[in-house]
Design a protein. Structure first.
Length: 195
């Protein structure tokens, strides 16, 4: 946190490339889902563009470059300042949204919530391009919870939520007029849980 403050105070433009980083723990354990970790994110910028933020690149050179260049697996040593798995399709699909629906992959309960889109999401979160409360109400419902427990695996006593096994196969109803009632119920539930 201190280092992030220093980077922001040294050059306010660094704010454009420092993002909150959030995972399942923050979603499971905090009603506000407040990010306590931050990450430098250059997306797919080439190194010449990323160098326009010299303090951030220096930080990455000191903390990331040597580690990344020693890896043989998925990390491309030629792109050491970029994420190894950038989830470009995800971020492209949510670029016009203000918030997304997320769910921790591992949890002792089915726990969907909304998060802002200007974040970097851990691989321990399932992220869905929904920003409406009707989708929240449906996915947080007991019907979907039963479906998820039936079709996902478990890790010890926790649900190991698998989007391919229980989200993609879930028989979503056609909304019609019920969508308005679901939206209202979802809003009330979300507001109640946020208190």
């Amino acid at each position: 946190m201190e280092e992030m403050r220093h980077l922001l105070e040294s050059d306010p433009a660094n704010k454009d490339r420092i993002f909150p980083y959030i995972g399942g723990e923050e979603v499971n354990d905090s009603p506000t889902h407040h990010a306590t970790r931050f990450i430098i994110n250059f997306g797919s910028l080439p190194e010449s563009e990323a160098r326009k933020w010299p303090l951030l690149m220096e930080t990455l050179e000191n903390k990331v470059k040597v580690f990344r260049q020693s890896k043989k697996s998925i990390v491309n040593p030629e792109r050491w300042w970029m994420f190894a798995r950038p989830a470009s399709d995800l971020y492209q699909s949510i670029v016009d949204l203000k918030q997304v629906l997320v769910c921790p992959i591992i949890s002792n309960k089915l726990n969907f919530t909304f998060l802002p889109t200007r974040m970097v999401y851990s691989h321990k979160l399932a992220v869905f391009a929904f920003e409406t409360c009707d989708a929240f109400a449906l996915l947080q419902s007991q019907v979907h919870a039963c479906w998820a427990w039936q079709f996902s695996s478990t890790m010890k006593d926790d649900l190991n939520y698998s989007p391919s096994d229980c989200f993609c196969t879930f028989p979503f109803p056609t909304m019609g007029e019920q969508g308005i009632a679901l939206e209202k119920a979802g809003m009330q539930l979300f507001d109640y849980r946020s208190c």
